[in-house]
Ligand binder design. Structure first.
Ligand code: NAP
Length: 275
């Protein structure tokens, strides 16, 4: 559906994986008529690719994009944020919202680098936003009103689930749900290998592993029970599952997953402190 004349303009600065996923998700959502989406990239070549694939206006001109925007969605790499915002300080206005998805960059940094006029919201989505099954944490920053937070919530709700969290927890969110899809893909790949080892075709083993992962996740979300009690439901006394679980405990799967999240969280912290 085309955007209406009074549609708000979202300028996505950085049309890479996440910028594209958000643009595409919104354009395919019921909010399509409420927002006009444009993008920017660093290279002309990337701009052309985005234009050709999404049929939206995309350029390398951050200045024009920011000037014309109601919402500036920052989707560049964290180390690029300071330069892009400082170069464009004069283009930000007090009636704008800066919505950042950048790992490790605080709302105070964004506000300072952009000149302190626009309202700021920080968010941490993940790649399943591309298929509207993502999860996004959001938090308020300087000059952010409840109406801004509601707008960010509305936008990310079209791409999956949304939760509002303290900014102090954002490095942890990055380590858990931001990076999390990669951990899950690794587990699906490993389970699929196991299927192949016991004689199932690669295709069927991958489907069995992925659907099992999705079904179990849906049970946790729909039933709202502790995962341990759902695990007990599968674990018949002297059955097969307990043997599998024992092997996982021997391999220290639980502590390994906890360490993975902590390692990614520390990396996110270091990215900020390195500034
Ligand atoms: N990937 C994830 O799973 C994930 C999840 C949550 C949050 N994030 C956050 O999302 C942000 C983007 O990540 P990504 O994975 O989408 O990165 P990406 O695929 O590398 O995309 C970066 C984009 O920024 C563009 N860009 C670079 N410099 C620019 C500039 N000066 N002006 C305008 N555009 C510029 C690039 O254009 P060119 O192609 O021309 O270089 C590219 O389109 C990061 O801050 C990351 O922390 C990522």
């Amino acid at each position: 559906m085309a955007a209406t004349v009074s549609a708000k303009h979202i300028a996505i600065i950085g049309m890479g994986k996440m910028g594209e996923a958000i643009a595409q998700g919104l354009m395919e959502s019921k909010l399509a008529s409420q927002y006009k989406i444009t993008g920017t990239t660093r290279s002309e070549e990337s701009s052309k690719e985005v234009h050709d694939s999404l049929k939206i206006s995309c350029s390398t001109d951050n200045s024009a994009a920011i000037k014309g925007a109601d919402i500036v969605l920052l989707a560049i790499k964290p180390h690029q944020v300071e330069a892009v915002l400082q170069t464009n300080q004069k283009n930000f206005r007090s009636d704008q919202l800066i919505l950042s998805i950048c790992a490790a960059i605080s709302t105070d940094q964004i506000s300072e680098w952009s000149g302190g006029k626009a309202a700021v919201i920080r968010s941490m989505p993940n790649t399943p936003c591309l298929i509207k099954n993502g999860v996004t944490a959001i938090c308020k920053g300087p000059r952010c009103e409840d109406s801004h937070l509601r707008e960010a919530e509305k936008i990310f709700k079209e791409l999956g689930e949304v939760t509002i969290l303290e900014e102090s927890l954002f490095d942890g969110v990055t380590g858990l749900s931001g990076c999390g899809p990669a951990y899950i893909y690794l587990m699906i790949e490993a389970l699929s290998e196991a299927g192949v080892k016991v004689g199932i075709s690669r295709k069927q083993a991958t489907m069995l592993a992925a659907q099992t992962m999705m079904g179990a996740a849906k049970m946790v979300l729909d039933r709202g029970e502790h995962p341990a009690s759902l695990k007990d439901e599968v674990t018949t006394p002297a059955g097969c599952t307990i043997d599998g679980l024992m092997a996982l405990e021997e391999g220290r799967l639980r502590v390994t997953l906890i360490k993975a999240v902590l390692a990614a969280t520390r990396r996110s912290q270091r990215m900020r402190f390195a500034k």
